[in-house]
Design a protein around this ligand. Structure first.
Ligand code: NDP
Ligand code: 8X3
Length: 250
């Protein structure tokens, strides 16, 4: 039986990944700050299948204490799903909050790189896999995407770089790059404004966490000689628009 570690399993894509991997017979280590959500997953999936780890991904000491104490059966990680992340704010850079920028960088970049660094030895020993949640925002800029898009571009390029470094180890690395997925993402981005979140998704038929989880599980379940490098996924109703033009003196 294989074990997957899913960061950010308390909501959205991460929670759906935990459920999908558990359904496919994997042992799941799920992380997040909201202990009650992780406890609910233990109740749903069973303590033999799901092990909760409560920590903030930015807190390395708390993270290490939890991961270094994983019970037997959950300790050998075969697949790391680097999912925990967030966007804060959607204002243009010149009107953005610097604290929000730092939180996004610490969570989406620093913590993700640090956890990957910690788990690389076990992943190499087990010829495992790293699956990163990047975003279409890594490739396609939009107004208000600024630092969030920058963090996701880091995730994509880090994944591709790892592919190079891990040549010959048998470790697989994938960057998953979704467009609009209806989760708590927009609620978090807009400071808990439920109406703003509902408005964004209204009438779009957006992707669901389960859609992305199905893809993540598929990537992890492919024969060991196959590596999906990067994968963009969007709802049919989301697509591309043109450049913007400012008519000024400059
Ligand atoms: P959700 O807000 O629903 O879930 C985010 C998860 O990340 C939660 O489980 C949350 O757990 C966890 N998390 C956030 N910050 C921290 C932290 N400091 N420490 C520990 N855990 C943290 O959003 P999604 O499911 O949509 O997002 C998952 C990933 O997918 C993100 O990386 C996001 O950038 C990416 N993505 C999302 C898209 C979308 O449209 N929804 C599109 C493309 C990519 P808790 O709060 O309990 O700590
Ligand atoms: C989330 C998708 O388009 O809101 O990564 O940036 S988007």
């Amino acid at each position: 039986m294989k074990t997957v570690l899913v960061t950010g399993a308390t909501s959205g894509i991460g929670e759906a990944c935990a459920r999908a991997f558990a359904g496919a017979g994997w042992r799941v280590v799920g992380t997040g700050r909201r202990a009650d959500r992780l406890r609910a997953l233990v109740d749903d999936l069973g303590a033999d299948c799901f092990h909760p780890c409560v920590f903030d991904v930015r807190d390395e000491a708390m993270r290490d204490a939890a991961l270094d104490a994983l019970p037997e059966g959950f300790a050998g990680i075969d697949c790391l799903v680097n999912n925990a992340g967030l966007a804060l704010g959607a204002a243009p850079a010149q009107q953005s909050n610097l604290g929000d920028w730092k939180t996004m960088i610490e969570t989406n970049v620093t913590a993700l790189a640090s956890l990957t660094h910690k788990l690389l030895p076990v992943l190499i020993a087990r010829k495992g896999a790293v699956i990163m949640l990047s975003s279409v925002a890594a490739t396609y800029p939009y107004v208000g995407g600024n630092v969030y898009g920058g963090t996701k571009a880091f995730v994509r390029q880090f994944a591709l770089g790892l592919r190079s470094d891990l040549s010959g180890t048998g470790v697989r690395v994938t960057s998953i790059e979704p467009g609009m997925v209806e989760t708590e993402f927009t609620l978090v981005r807009n400071g808990g404004d439920r109406m703003a979140a509902d408005k964004l998704y209204a009438g779009v038929n957006p992707l669901t966490g389960a859609d992305i989880a199905e893809t993540v599980l598929w990537v992890a379940s492919l024969p060991p000689h196959m590596n999906i490098n990067a994968l963009e996924i969007m709802p049919v109703n989301q697509s591309f628009a043109g450049f913007q033009v400012a008519r000024t003196d400059t």
